[in-house]
Design a protein around this ligand. Structure first.
Ligand code: 5RP
Length: 224
């Protein structure tokens, strides 16, 4: 069976050049990118690569695969960030945060010269929103925000880690997922979410990616 995530993740390494500072995304597609990057460094096909990570998980993966890991504040900028996405439209908008790493992913996106998303074909949509939109909120007053979302008809749910525990991000915040369904005015939604007190950031990544690499069901790669 074709592993579309693996194909997209491995292929993305062809965009890495010697000497780059590379941003490592988070999630199951980014895993294949990190693994392949580590292998090409070990083989000597890529040299003088340093990497920064969008999560503690990816930082550890980078170390496990023998990549020289550094911290975002130790580098001037990132040359290329390769990250997954939960949904993407071909006009370079997307939803991220299914893996809970949206805040660090957005920060790294901001300091990256080039951002490539790696996705399987099923994630390409005409309209965003079928996948829940993650909203990272500080713990103080989180239930008040939840109530506000509920009253606005945004179908919120707290992200859980197990049965009784709320999920905490790497920055020690909660995530409230909004189950909206395909949504028309995502620009306005992104603006409104960002302006709510207590919201740190949200999973709408608008006009952030420069390229989308799609692993297709027939085993090919499409670059957009
Ligand atoms: C993590 C993310 C991931 O990139 C997104 O959830 C895609 O994950 P996967 O590659 O496992 O499908 O945004 O916060």
């Amino acid at each position: 069976m074709v592993n579309m995530k693996e194909n997209a993740g491995k292929y993305a390494v062809s965009h890495v050049r010697d000497g780059m500072v590379v941003g490592l995304g988070t999630g199951s597609t980014a895993y294949y990118f990190i693994k392949e990057l580590g292998q090409q460094i070990a083989n000597g096909d890529l040299q003088a690569i340093r990497a920064v990570a969008t999560s503690k998980e990816s930082f550890q993966l980078g170390l496990d695969f023998g990549i020289d890991m550094v911290r975002i504040d130790d580098v001037e900028k990132v040359d290329l960030l390769v990250d997954g996405a939960d949904e993407a439209t071909l006009d370079f908008n997307g939803i991220k945060g299914g893996g809970g790493a949206l805040l660090y992913e957005k920060i790294l996106s901001l300091y990256s010269d080039r951002v490539i998303w790696i996705v399987s074909q099923d994630k390409i949509k005409d309209k965003l929103g079928a996948f829940p939109i993650a909203v990272e909120v500080i713990k103080f007053g989180a239930w008040k925000l939840f109530k506000t979302f509920h009253q606005a008809g945004m179908n919120p749910s707290f992200r859980k880690a197990g049965k009784d525990k709320l999920y905490c991000t790497d920055a020690d915040n909660y995530i409230i997922d909004l189950h909206l369904g395909p949504t028309d005015d995502i620009q306005r939604l992104a603006f409104e979410l960002k302006n709510m007190v207590g919201v740190v950031d949200h999973g709408l990544f608008l006009n952030i990616a420069d390229m989308i690499i799609v692993g297709t069901s027939d085993g090919n790669i499409d670059e957009h």
